[in-house]
Design a protein around this ligand. Structure first.
Ligand code: CDP
Length: 232
């Protein structure tokens, strides 16, 4: 392998709970790249909206109020011993943003074009020097359309819900499989059908269905794709 190769940009998109974040994180660690979880940014904005009474119990978002509050919302990432934590206005919200109540509102926040524009600009700023792995829904299509390596991950809704349910239980959070499956399916629907940069595979992305893959298998698959690109 040529060790003097210039860093590249890696975009990993896919459906909710498809395991894209774990793959992206493992790859970034292995190759010494920065990892950015774009979904965490949408989740942090959602938490801000929920805390400031901008989301109704029926998941309706007061988009005008939220757009006006954007200058007051600062999102960053902090490297901690157990990985990267999401910071909202200086507060570590990593645990809170993963809870099901945030998941139940995040796709409604993520449809708002002005919110997307603000977050996409921040995501692009993180990537100016390349050497980055970013995961999300629109990274290969909108955030980094010129990324040298693009992956699109999917697995059946049931497999994804099972994985997320187990993850929540492992973290000591309350959840039932049925609630998680409903959330996964609702978010898929909203993400695929929104007008602004809907969830879809970029034409030049490599499709991965990891329904029947172990974590080790998918990590190896991804590193092989990376090695192919940098060998070119
Ligand atoms: O729960 P999961 O890891 O699958 O999702 P996430 O990556 O944390 O993203 C949460 C939600 O944010 C998604 O369901 C989308 O509605 C939204 N999102 C988006 O619209 N664009 C992105 N680039 C990333 C996330």
């Amino acid at each position: 392998m040529n060790n003097n190769i210039s860093p590249i940009t890696i975009a990993i998109d896919g459906y909710s709970s498809s395991g894209k974040s774990s793959m992206a994180k493992a790859l970034a660690k292995k190759i010494g790249y920065r990892y950015i979880d774009s979904g965490a940014m949408y989740r942090a904005v959602t938490l801000y909206a929920m805390r400031n009474n901008m989301v109704s119990p029926q998941h309706e978002v007061d988009s005008e109020k939220l757009i006006a509050a954007l200058p007051q919302i600062n999102i960053d990432f902090k490297v901690c011993e157990d990985g990267q934590h999401t910071m909202l206005n200086g507060e570590d919200v990593e645990k809170e943003i993963r809870q099901l109540d945030v998941s139940n509102n995040v796709s409604q926040v993520a449809v708002i074009p002005q919110i997307r524009h603000a977050l996409v600009a921040m995501q692009q700023a993180f990537g100016t020097e390349k050497g980055i792995v970013m995961d999300g829904r629109d990274i290969g299509t909108t955030v980094f359309p010129d990324a040298e390596l693009k992956i699109f991950v999917n697995a059946s809704a049931e497999t994804r819900a099972m994985r997320r349910h187990k993850e929540l239980l492992d973290k000591g959070q309350q959840s039932t499989y049925e609630d998680v499956l409903a959330n996964v399916m609702t978010r898929d629907h909203i993400d695929e059908n929104r007008e602004e940069s809907p969830l879809r595979k970029a034409e030049d992305a490599i499709l991965l269905d990891n329904s029947n893959m172990s974590i080790e298998e998918q990590d190896k698959w991804l590193i092989d794709r990376f090695n192919e690109v940098i060998a070119k």
